[in-house]
Ligand binder design. Sequence first.
Ligand code: APR
Ligand code: PHB
Length: 392
Amino acid sequence: MKTQVAIIGAGPAGLLLSEILHRQGVTSVVLEQRSREHVLSRIRAGVLEQTTVDLLRANGLGERMDAQGHPHDGMRIVWAGRDSFFIDCQKHLGKRFMSYGQTQIQEDLFAAADRRGALVLTEATEVQPMDIAGERPHVLFRHGGESHRLDCDFIAGCDGFHGVSRKSMPAGVLREYEKAYPFGWLGILSRTRPLPDVTYANHPRGFALASMRSDTLSRYYVQVPLADKVDDWSDDRFWSELTARFPPELAARIETGPSIEKSIAPLRSFVAEPMRHGRLFLCGDAAHIVPPTGAKGLNLAASDVFYLGRALAAWYGSGRTDLIDGYSAMALRRVWSSVRTSWYLTNLLHRFPGASEFDQRAQETELDYLKASAHAQASLAEQYAGMPFETA
Ligand code: APR
Ligand code: PHB
């Protein structure tokens, strides 16, 4: 088999890259280890920055998002005993957000791939990038009980944190940065009407978040100890803990109902640099993980594939090499900006086990400052909205 770009992973990064490349006349084959049903069953992020929304629209992926998504202007913050305040990205930057599930984006991406007859091979196993430092890279894999070789010009590693691509880079190439937080988020999805705003709560009992996927689908989270298991949390226990962490007037407006998904994820940050070695490029979770605070993960996957798609299209279109050579540095500038924002918000909004009274007062003073200062709010709005894409 032969193609121009071999893409490993059919998550949002891999399928969106394939779509962007197709629209620029560049061919690709996507190799995914799991089944399509498995990929489509994952419940993940769901707040899209304006740049991500624009990118999806520009690539023919906006129709259902615009019909079913929930547009909003920013984030509300509340903490124990105080009135809430709103970080208004529309007011400060003219940028909005869209609540629209990653699960729905995956469906839209598979539908678009089917429409153009894209080659997306699911249940491809033993996928291995080869000769990445040379001029003739290829990918070995097994599919349908047989061994295959896919020859290509470039390989895009869009295979998530546990994928094979990052691990295929030779020892000594990558520098890895990591931070683990001493808690997780327990999240649920329910068919209930959401609160009007994405609302972050810092409470002595721990962090809580009210979010949404649509006007009838809510997503809520509470900070939990790392040792907690999903089975420890009945729906009743979840709702009573959630509402205890919001001020009474907001808690009274939270509509409860049966959960349709419930999971726990530990919070951590990870960045691997550079995001390229030879003809292998990393995109999305394959290169970096952010804690969910600030909802940056999916948006970073989108910016990586925007930069890589543009760079590869320029290489094929006019032989331009500066964009593929500059890919890693350019992508990482936006990655670190979002890594920093999610680190800042994680520190601002959670209760850290073992925090001293000094730490606690410093955190509360930061919240007081944010609430009182229009400048601080404008600065956070800029970070929460995400950096614009750099021009080529
Ligand atoms: N071979 C082939 N496919 C693989 C391999 C492998 N060795 N390892 C992993 N994959 C596949 C996974 O099964 C998955 O479908 O790669 C895909 C990676 O998808 P994601 O984990 O969703 O990562 P990405 O596309 O970078 O999406 C960005 O944003 O909301 C965040 O973390 C969240 O998944 C989200 C991410
Ligand atoms: C979500 O809706 O899943 C969500 C929203 C905001 C976050 C994180 C997750 O900061």
